[in-house]
Write a protein that binds this ligand. Structure first.
Ligand code: FES
Length: 139
């Protein structure tokens, strides 16, 4: 992470507008794939911008909002993907993992059911146990 902060400092130093938090957040996203809390705190200090102002920018741009968590999970609960006990399994998993699971009614991959999407990657699973393993093993 040390190398990352050095790169971030250089990027910010070269910015024409030192208050352009969108550009800085996009840089963080490109480098890390998500927006960790400690990096946001660092950016807030470095740009001299209040944390709530930074959160406002994140909320304004869907691309940034999805990246607020490391794993943005969308699971299909549509007709082709739903399995008996899926809702209960999702509630159980929500207790065990520290990222949100959003339910969708179709991910456009019905032929490969059952489906979920983690960030920009699609996955298929056969049983609820497979689903649990997959989500618990996300790093
Ligand atoms: S119903 Fe699940 S991908 Fe279409």
């Amino acid at each position: 992470m040390k190398g990352f902060y050095e790169k971030l400092d250089v990027y910010i130093d070269e910015l024409e507008n030192k208050k352009d938090d969108y550009k800085v957040l996009s840089f963080v996203l490109d480098e890390l794939g998500y927006l960790p809390d400690d990096v946001l705190a660092y950016v807030s200090k470095k740009l001299d911008i209040f944390p709530f102002s930074l959160e406002g920018t994140i909320k304004f741009y869907p691309k940034l909002q999805k990246a607020r968590v490391k794993h943005y999970v969308q699971i299909c609960v549509g007709r082709n993907c739903n399995q008996p006990g899926l809702k209960e399994k999702l509630n159980e998993l929500r207790e065990k993992i520290n990222f949100p699971i959003e339910e969708r009614h179709c991910l456009g991959r019905c032929a490969k059911a059952s489906n979920l999407k983690v960030n920009e990657e699609y996955y298929s699973y056969k049983t609820l146990e497979d689903l649990e393993k997959l989500l618990l093993n996300l790093k």
